[in-house]
Ligand binder design. Structure first.
Ligand code: CO
Length: 159
């Protein structure tokens, strides 16, 4: 495994619609392993392939309940609303309020090409939406209705 460089806001690669994965091979597995290691090293809860410069529909998430690997993920249901502070590893010092669904259901493939479903509320729902947005060239600042100062955020995160 190896750490990959994280692409920062302003880079055109974060604005592309990523292509579906068609080969569930060892190249994909190395990408997934590297992405997870890179995310953990940066203290993140999610990372999408375009953030390491790979324009494929791949994301990893870990909100503290273990790793979730998402390949070709699709949101199949969204319910309710939540309005919380969000950030992104591609812009480590920016934070803002984003409205997201309270609950989402996603269908995706695992690294072996097997389809599975995942349901999330709270932070997981937010992470699922945020990472899938990345695969469509959308970043959270496109959606944020209010940016916050780092000090405000520090207080919020301590809750
Ligand atoms: Co992000």
């Amino acid at each position: 495994m190896a750490l990959r460089n994280i692409v920062k806001f302003g880079d055109e690669r974060l604005r592309k619609k990523c292509r579906e994965v068609t080969a569930f091979d060892d190249k994909l597995w190395v990408l997934l392993d590297d992405m997870y290691e890179t995310m953990q090293a940066s203290d993140g809860v999610g990372l999408a392939a375009p953030q390491v410069g790979i324009l494929r529909r791949v994301a990893v998430i870990d909100v503290g309940e273990g790793p979730i690997e998402l390949i070709n993920p699709v949101i199949t249901s969204m319910r309710g609303k939540q309005h919380e502070i969000e950030g992104c590893l591609s812009s480590p010092n920016q934070w803002g309020y984003v409205e997201r669904p309270a609950k989402v259901k996603v269908t995706a493939f695992n690294r072996y090409g097997k389809e599975f479903k995942v349901e999330g509320t709270e932070l997981l729902a937010r992470a699922l939406c945020h990472e899938i947005d990345h695969l469509n060239g959308i970043i959270f600042t496109d959606l944020a209705d209010e940016m916050v100062e780092p000090e405000d955020n520090k207080k919020k995160r301590k809750k």
